[in-house]
Design a protein around this ligand. Structure first.
Ligand SMILES: [Fe+2]
Length: 251
């Protein structure tokens, strides 16, 4: 005797889910981060907890264990909200240890899968997305058509990034949950080097540097003779000519 059982889904399986306004105390979490980076001259233990994680051509970001960073009380509330949501929506009630990461200019994650770590992956954003002064940072996930490319390929059809991947913006307080078998990554962040977003209003008053030591007479004469030109390396030199820049060199 043999047989089989058939079941029907209501529709296509949901591989990416977003929940906006996820955690009522998201602003408190962000405030912890902002307060610790508010004064770049302040020295305290939390300044030294970050791991600059760089795997060539794969990952570049700065991370730390979230529980240690936010402290037991605030983190416990977040973790309780996360596990409750997972139990209600995914049938999952446990998570692996959660990382907190920040991305400054040049940080990114190239495509990878996270399926060895569990049946679902998530990103919870504390980014002030509406007031951002950078590009990138979105989660990008390859689309089903891309993963089954030849079956859906149309000769002559336009294929660019938008046709190959879905992009989810890390809006503030957004939980993004996805099937970790989907190749995904984080778009490279460009422009601001400030962990808190590069807002000039946050910039501290400059501290006056100590006066430079007096230059010897011979060096002063040499500086007067030469005219400063900017070479392709970006450093100031004395002398009347500069090397050709790569953008103007003929090949
Ligand atoms: Fe991932």
């Amino acid at each position: 005797m043999d047989g089989h059982v058939e079941g029907e889904l209501d529709g296509a399986p949901e591989l990416v889910i977003t929940a906006d306004g996820f955690f009522p105390r998201a602003a408190d979490m962000r405030a912890v981060f902002d307060e610790r980076f508010g004064d770049p001259y302040a020295v305290h233990g939390h300044r030294f907890v970050w791991d600059y994680w760089h795997v060539p051509h794969q990952y570049t970001l700065v991370r730390t264990p979230a529980e240690d960073y936010f402290g037991p009380e605030l983190y416990a509330e977040f973790h309780a909200a996360l596990t409750a949501w997972g139990r209600a929506n995914l049938g999952c009630s446990r998570t692996t240890p959660v990382w907190l990461s920040y991305y400054v200019d040049g940080c990114e994650q190239q495509l990878h899968c996270d399926n060895p770590h569990g049946p679902w992956a998530f990103v919870f954003s504390l980014t002030d997305w509406e007031n951002r002064r950078f590009e990138g940072g979105e989660t990008m996930l390859l689309r089903g058509d891309t993963l089954d490319f030849w079956r859906s390929h149309e000769a002559g059809g336009m294929v660019e990034f938008a046709q190959l991947a879905d992009v989810v913006a890390p809006e503030f307080n957004r939980l993004t949950v996805f099937d970790p078998r989907l190749p995904h990554g984080v778009r490279a962040v460009r422009v601001s080097p400030a962990p808190a977003g590069g807002d000039p209003a946050r910039r501290p008053a400059p501290r006056r540097p100590p006066p430079p030591p007096a230059a010897p007479d011979r060096a002063r004469r040499r500086l007067r003779r030469g005219r400063g030109t900017r070479g392709p390396g970006g450093s100031w030199r004395t002398g009347g000519s500069s090397s050709p820049s790569p953008s103007t060199r003929e090949t």
